[in-house]
Design a protein around this ligand. Structure first.
Ligand code: FPP
Length: 224
């Protein structure tokens, strides 16, 4: 049985869920947040150590301003309401991405990271304004600037995922098979599962079904 330390998730399908239920795309994002809470809870129960959630990509800025504002307000009120609860559950929150948000949100994100920085049960990496290509370009530039050898170890020092083991498992919901500029370096040997359900429909049972399959895969890492 494969050990499972790190799960990464592309939470896709919120907008379609909202429209499917004759509501707004933003209603889908709100419903998606309930799934986030369920999956955090289940990850703790399953003793998973790292959970990386793709919440906003560098490309998501192309969406209508109204939707972008809704998403960041949702995140803001989630953290204001729940950071104490997350902290009590011994959860560490880490933002991976470039913090170029409103002053208020940047402050909330920094405080949330600081408050939970010593926690040990589960590390949640929230990918916000994250894009793998710019992460890699910046990492290569830093390697060059510091005049150190171009190798995996040195590059890893400048990735946003520094000190985080690579994901064992990547799940994308929403019935779409693409990677959308997410952790392109880090998923070199991850097992990838594409799930038909939209993110707000995804639940603990689905999560466990995928994990069960993952555990039984023969992971070769290039060997035979
Ligand atoms: C992709 O669905 C989802 C997002 C861009 C945002 C993810 C946000 C959440 C799950 C809720 C907020 C989370 C936190 C942590 C506050 P989509 O909108 O691209 O769906 P579509 O493919 O149906 O359009």
């Amino acid at each position: 049985m494969n050990p499972l330390r790190h799960v990464a998730i592309i939470m896709d399908g919120n907008g379609r869920w909202g429209l499917k239920h004759k509501k707004s795309r933003n209603a889908g994002h709100r419903a998606g947040l309930n799934t986030v809470e369920k999956i955090i809870k289940e990850s703790i129960r399953l003793k998973i150590k790292y959970l990386t959630l793709y919440a906003f990509s560098t490309e998501n800025w192309k969406r209508p301003k109204k939707e972008i504002n809704f998403l960041f307000n949702l995140l803001e009120s989630f953290l204001v309401d729940k950071i104490e609860v997350l902290h009590k559950q011994n959860i560490k929150l880490k933002i991976i991405g470039y913090k170029k948000f409103s002053k208020k949100l940047n402050k909330i994100l920094n405080l949330s990271e600081k408050k939970t920085s010593k926690n040990k049960t589960l590390q949640i990496n929230l990918a916000l304004n994250y894009g793998s290509k710019s992460e890699l370009i910046n990492a290569f530039k830093s390697v060059q600037k510091n005049k150190i050898g171009i190798n995996e170890k040195n590059l890893g020092k400048y990735l946003l995922t520094k000190n985080i083991p690579d994901p064992d498992l990547l799940i994308r919901t929403g019935n779409t098979k693409r990677l959308s500029n997410f952790l392109l370096w880090q998923i070199a040997y991850s097992e990838i599962f594409f799930e038909k359900k939209l993110w707000p429909e995804f639940n603990q049972k689905d999560y466990n079904r995928i994990i069960k399959k993952f555990k039984n895969i023969k992971r070769n890492f290039g060997k035979i």
